[in-house]
Write a protein that binds this ligand. Structure first.
Ligand code: CP
Length: 308
């Protein structure tokens, strides 16, 4: 693996190998001294052209715990505000001797484009509505730890699918690991062409959250991405919650102990009620700590010479 741009870059065996490395990295989190020497002398740049809390900070901690030198560059405060192009920006940064470039960008395909310009290993930390591969890996890793295996398990992915890169990466990752996936959205937030896509990729679609929830072994709620939509095709917030939110009443439809995931940031009271986000079966914060382990594993395999 030279870059991680898409779940498609990984074979199923490689996903399992990453999970094994992540399990070792998870142990580091419980140590008093959280440092491994694996990436000593390596430089990782986190280049974020879109806001982030979880992904940026976990890649920064991951790099530091592996002893890499980690630099953060964000659109705000960089020379992109003076009109410098993406190409000139990444070539400038990489001219300083960068080994790994973690990039988030609002344009779908930006990470693939950057990987063609630079020698550094590129990790896609979310590109527009396209992909967010480390999020899918951490989601599947979290569920595998909870459920033992994803083989034959029914995962319901519910929310604003049209705008979700998390959904696009998760479909590939979860189906590859043997899960049965049903996606649920209002018709206005179901991606166009989903019929042919679901037939080819092997997932199911539904507009009826109340029919799907009782059959789920895991539930993944997705954020309503108001910043990516024009108001035209969005139900009102009240309609959305009534029709598609994981409300307190809907919690009663779930089988006992079904893990509730959300990649964050959450719109509490819109797609997920506080009772669900904070329920005993919520794994939202477990996803965050799994994210650190997964990102350590990804940086380790990309930069420490440990081929997958
Ligand atoms: N899930 C996720 O990507 O969160 P951030 O935008 O905070 O990184």
């Amino acid at each position: 693996m030279k870059h991680l741009l898409s779940i498609d870059d990984l074979s199923t065996d490689e996903i399992h190998q990453l999970f094994e490395t992540a399990a070792d990295m998870h142990d580091v989190q419980s140590r008093e001294v959280k440092k491994l020497p694996a990436l000593r002398g390596r430089t990782v740049v986190n280049m974020f052209f879109e806001d982030s809390t979880r992904t940026r900070s976990s890649f920064e901690i991951a790099g530091k715990w592996l002893s890499a030198d980690v630099i953060n560059v964000s659109a705000k405060g960089s020379s992109t505000s003076k009109g410098e192009s993406l190409r000139d920006t990444v070539l400038t940064v990489c001219a300083m001797g960068v080994d790994g470039l973690v990039i988030r960008h609002p344009a779908s395909g930006a990470a693939v484009q950057v990987s063609e310009w630079v020698d550094a290993a590129v990790v896609n930390a979310g590109d527009g509505m396209h992909e967010h591969p480390t999020q899918a890996l951490l989601d599947a890793y979290t569920l595998q730890r909870r459920l033992g295996s994803l083989e034959g398990r029914h995962v319901a992915i519910i929310g604003d699918l049209t705008h979700s890169r998390v959904f696009r990466s998760n479909i590939q990752c979860l189906t590859r690991l043997g899960a049965r996936v049903t996606v649920v959205a209002p018709p206005t937030l179901m991606p166009s062409g989903v019929g042919a896509w679901s037939a080819a990729a092997g997932f199911e679609t539904s507009y009826d959250i109340d029919a799907v929830l009782p059959t789920a072994d895991a539930v993944m709620m997705l954020r309503v991405q108001r910043e990516r939509m024009s108001g035209a095709y969005f139900p009102s917030e009240r309609e959305y919650t009534v029709g598609y939110g994981l409300t307190r009443n809907r919690l009663a439809l779930l089988k006992p102990d079904v893990p509730i995931c959300h990649p964050g940031p959450m719109n509490r009271g819109l797609e997920i009620a506080a009772d669900a986000a904070d329920a005993a079966q919520s794994v939202v914060l477990e996803q965050v700590s799994s994210g650190l382990a997964i990102r350590m594993a990804v940086l380790y395999h990309l930069l420490a010479g440990e081929e997958l």
